[in-house]
Design a protein around this ligand. Structure first.
Ligand code: ZN
Length: 339
């Protein structure tokens, strides 16, 4: 029933645009009908024709309507994408085509997504759960993968700029603005053009105590009399860290997972980093090659916000005179040194 409702509602891009996205965005502004008019008459919807490009919105110059390029398959994620791109178009129109810094531009687009969620919750309740699911799923990319890309760039000056670096801050700024400000602030941001960074709630975000606590238990002092207990504790901690951080290792078969961890513990090629309260924050494993005295990391698992802590602790632990190379590839760049 719900699926039929969704398929039916989302079959036409034009109707979704006029009947869902436009009213969802327009109601965040005091001059609702003016916004509706602008969105209905001054934005072009174009197709990408299945080429593998990601959807995007371009400014076509002053006096020209911005153009949204995307393909429509009638899926819930297409509706979310349409709201994102339409918010870009609206920000271009209201800023009179003045270029906005990328973090601010993406904040506007993410606010567009939140406005859609809010509108759907109020007026199309049957669609809300699946839309919220898609939005949550995309947080894995914007606040997971993209945070790693940003952290790497902050720690390694040789890494070149990637647009993904803008997404984490923008995603959080959008939520902050959506939850804690009024129509006037949203409207001011969308109209602000190149000065847009001044309209983001950075100070509020910086002073906000998010109170992220380490959920893992305190590690008891090791027992020299019973080394086997220590080994099992270490195994348990590695498993907890993998589960807690959503690492791929936690999807392995239990037998091979156990044997791998055990081998690393026996060969003393595993390391667990603890925080000041003696709670585990991450672990790493590696292989040593005798021929060139190299250490190659085979796994680095850390709780959110603890990758750097793990790395620093590891630097102390492993003999730094050895060459240490990451053994995995990242999307944003080729294989590289981890420190
Ligand atoms: Zn965007």
């Amino acid at each position: 029933m719900v699926d039929d409702f969704i398929n039916n509602k989302l079959s036409s891009q034009d109707s979704c645009y006029k009947n869902i996205v436009v009213p969802a965005l327009a109601r965040a502004f005091d001059n609702v009908s003016e916004m509706q008019h602008l969105l209905c008459n001054h934005v072009e919807l174009r197709v990408l024709n299945n080429c593998k490009e990601a959807p995007y919105t371009v400014c076509q110059g002053s006096g020209q309507p911005p153009a949204v390029f995307m393909d429509w398959y009638g899926r819930v994620e297409d509706l979310l994408c349409l709201a994102h791109e339409t918010a870009h178009a609206l920000q271009m129109l209201l800023s009179k085509n003045e270029l906005m810094p990328p973090v601010a531009r993406e904040t506007c687009a993410f606010i567009g997504e939140l406005l859609l969620l809010d509108y759907v919750k109020a007026y199309l309740a049957q669609l809300h759960a699946s839309l919220l699911d898609v939005w949550h799923g995309q947080n894995g990319f914007y606040l997971g993968d993209c945070v790693e890309v940003l952290t790497d760039a902050l720690n390694h000056s040789e890494i070149s700029y990637h647009y993904y670096q803008n997404y984490p801050l923008a995603r959080l700024a959008a939520v902050q603005m959506f939850c804690a400000t009024d129509n006037k602030s949203v409207s001011a941001l969308f109209s602000s053009g190149r000065e847009a960074m001044a309209y983001l709630p950075i100070d509020e975000m910086a002073s906000f105590d998010i109170g992220v606590r380490n959920p893992l238990p305190v590690l008891p002092p090791s027992d020299a009399e019973q080394p086997a207990v220590d080994a099992y504790r270490s195994l348990g901690i590695m498993a907890l860290l993998d589960v807690e951080s959503g690492s791929k290792a936690s999807y392995q078969k239990i037998e091979s997972y156990y044997l791998n961890c055990l081998k690393n513990l026996q060969e003393r090629t595993a390391f667990i980093a603890l925080d000041n309260d003696n709670k585990p924050v991450g672990y790493a494993t590696w292989v040593e090659s005798n021929s060139d005295n190299n250490v190659v990391l085979t796994c680095q698992t850390a709780l959110p916000n603890n990758r750097i802590n793990l790395q620093r602790a590891l630097e102390h632990h492993v003999n730094i005179t050895k060459d240490v190379k990451a053994s995995y590839m990242r999307k944003a760049s080729k294989e590289r040194l981890v420190w």
